[in-house]
Design a protein around this ligand. Structure first.
Ligand code: M6R
Length: 615
């Protein structure tokens, strides 16, 4: 939530910051702002709206020269999205300026204290409280900016990634992190600050990722000094070489990132397999699993924690792990799990699934499980993310950057990793025969080309989207492995088209949702061969008798559903447990086309952010 960018060096800061903010808009996009030091003073401009609106505002408001600056793109927490609440925020003297991603939980108490001491506040934000606290400390204690930031942060409860500068010290930026990501790009005599590396990847591939409870003073010509916020100890900077490249974060000719990411799935799944699926040798190699095999094999159960789409991938995993490896699995919303008093023992394995690796609830669930002695395994996409670092071991999905807010390739690659894990454990436990194991391995290898084939229904799906684009509601039904896919299909539709949609296990329909069915109601039914096929066909009959409009997702060559349904979309045949990797494709395309036809902002749907770093 919220993207931050900063620059200190020898180039013009403005174009770097604006471009960087555009790349970080996936993190929040309800307002944006920038503060530049022009050699004399701080020039600040901010506005409700997107970074493109900020550019227009800047043109008429401030000059854009200067080689020091900070910028922000916001997802509102405290205070509605408006010009005043947008970041950056000045301190009362106008000498200090801050950008912040996170939440200061005790800001009201701090604000009361500061108000008593004569401070005034223009905005409703917690961030303006923090910058005034820093100023207050700086003046009261007569210390430099870095020390003031450190003392102030020790009084703060909450989460933050911040960047602050002082107009009287235009050769340094002070940054700090707790619970929100912060990367420092190291160039030739220049430094970049950002929530992730995408804003600076064309300038440098050397970066330092601050750890929680660390702060850094970034000085022109002098470099970066890192300290622990709480005990003041110095930390040796660890400079990583980044693997990211520019093409991965650009649209590459597609109209939207979401469409690009849908089409990237065959390649992404192949990348997930790389080095792991060794079909010729009939083995699956996963270092994180191999190294901790005993933990998995001795586990009483696996608890999966995740949110949103990642939670749906967890549900698919429940079916696959139980079916293949015969390990009991429970799937929990991280946000619920962390706040109840779950029974967790040292014999539990917790699998945390997260595309961003930054989701606050998932991170908190991990910390809780670890404190109770559970072994925690992460399935993340973003390399070096907080969850990847917090877990005991893990497996990356290697999907590449996912920028569209609606998760697509993250979902299929998460399922891919989890399927590989389930198969590896099944083999180790002896719950799968060697011939079935080989069958799975060969079938997995064919999945990327089958996903490619599923994508070829795009025009047909577009035609169906055109028929149903004005629906007010939509039901998604599936059974077994495809029940979670029904949930995911419904989530995709609602988050980008704002059409109300519900996913249900097909057999549950008659326990309530069937009352909703009439001739206005499109019902998407996943009815692939095997997997309770006949039962799902009966459910389709029940919908048809009530005049619902049926869109069937069927196996190539199916004839029975074709006779009953208003439309069918075919996917290639595969082993039942692998069908989610294919059935999800037309559902992604359907929601994409409907949203485009309704002229919605597909990549940046209202009220959402890609990375939910607040609870
Ligand atoms: O980064 P994560 O996988 O932890 O994110 C979890 C959810 O916020 C995310 O899947 C969200 O539901 C997506 N917008 C769904 O498309």
């Amino acid at each position: 939530m919220c993207g931050i960018v900063g620059y200190l060096g020898h180039r013009e800061a403005y174009p770097i910051i604006v471009k960087g903010l555009k790349r970080l808009e996936y993190r929040g996009y309800d307002s944006a702002g920038i503060a530049l030091y022009d050699g004399n003073d701080i020039k600040l401009s901010k506005t409700k709206g997107k970074v493109a609106d900020l550019e227009v505002r800047v043109e008429s408001e401030i000059s854009t020269n200067g080689s020091l600056g900070i910028g922000h793109t916001r997802w509102a927490t405290h205070g509605v999205p408006n010009d005043v609440n947008s970041h950056p925020h000045y301190s009362n003297s106008g000498e200090l300026v801050i950008i912040h991603n996170g939440i200061i939980e005790n800001y009201e108490a701090l604000k009361k204290e500061l108000t008593k001491r004569g401070y005034t506040f223009k905005s409703d934000t917690d961030t303006e409280v923090l910058i005034n606290l820093i100023e207050d400390v700086k003046n009261k204690e007569n210390v430099k900016l870095g020390k003031a930031v450190q003392i102030a942060l020790n009084q703060v409860i909450g989460a933050y990634a911040i960047a602050v500068f002082d107009k009287n010290k235009p050769d340094e930026i002070v940054v700090a992190r707790l619970g929100s990501p912060l990367a420092i790009g190291i160039g030739e005599d220049e430094f970049f600050i950002a929530s992730d590396a995408s804003p600076f990847i064309e300038f440098t591939n050397n970066a330092i990722y601050l750890e929680d409870e660390e702060m850094a003073i970034v000085r022109r010509h002098k470099g970066v000094k890192i300290r622990k916020i709480h005990d003041d100890s110095l930390v040796a900077p660890y400079v990583q070489e980044l693997q990211l490249n520019l093409e991965e974060i650009e649209k590459g000719g597609y109209e939207h990132f979401m469409l690009k990411e849908i089409y990237e799935q065959p390649r992404a799944i192949m990348d997930t397999f790389r080095g792991r699926l060794l079909t010729d040798e009939a083995i699956i190699k996963m270092a994180g699993v191999e190294d901790n095999m005993k933990k998995f094999l001795n586990a009483n159960r696996i608890i999966v924690v995740a949110c949103g789409t990642s939670w749906h991938a967890g549900l698919v995993a429940e079916y696959i792990f139980e079916d293949l490896a015969r390990i009991p699995v429970e799937v929990e919303y991280a946000s619920e799990f962390r706040y109840r008093n779950p029974v967790i023992t040292e014999n539990d394995v917790l699998i945390a699934i997260s595309q961003s690796g930054e989701t606050a609830d998932t991170l908190a669930a991990i910390k809780m499980a670890k404190s109770k002695g559970a072994f925690v395994f992460g399935v993340c996409n973003v390399v070096g993310s907080s969850i990847a670092r917090e877990t005991d071991a893990g497996a990356y999905t290697h999907a590449g950057p996912e920028i569209g807010v609606a998760s697509t390739k993250a979902f299929t690659t998460q399922i891919t990793v989890l399927t590989l894990m389930a198969l590896r454990l099944a083999r180790a436990k002896g719950t799968i025969s060697s011939s079935d194991y080989r069958k799975y391995l060969f079938e997995l290898e064919s999945i990327p080309s089958k996903v490619e084939k599923a994508l070829s229904s795009d025009n047909h799906v577009k035609m169906i989207a055109n028929i149903y684009k004005n629906a007010s509601n939509c039901l998604y039904l599936g059974r077994g492995f495809n029940f979670p896919v029904a949930l995911e299909g419904a989530l995709k539709l609602k988050e980008i088209s704002y059409i109300h949609a519900e996913g249900y296990p097909a057999a549950e329909m008659k326990h309530g949702p069937i009352a909703l069915i009439d001739e206005q109601m499109p019902v998407v039914v996943i009815a692939t061969k095997k997997g309770h096929y006949e039962k799902v066909v009966s459910n389709i009959q029940e919908i048809k008798s009530r005049k619902g409009k049926i869109i069937g997702i069927v196996t190539e060559g199916d004839t029975s559903v074709k006779e009953l349904a208003d439309h069918v979309i075919e996917v290639p045949e595969t082993i039942e447990a692998l069908t989610p990797l294919l059935t999800t494709i037309p559902l992604q395309l359907l929601s994409y086309h409907i949203a485009v036809m309704l002229e919605k902002n597909v990549d940046q749907p209202r009220n959402l952010a890609k990375s939910v770093t607040v609870e």
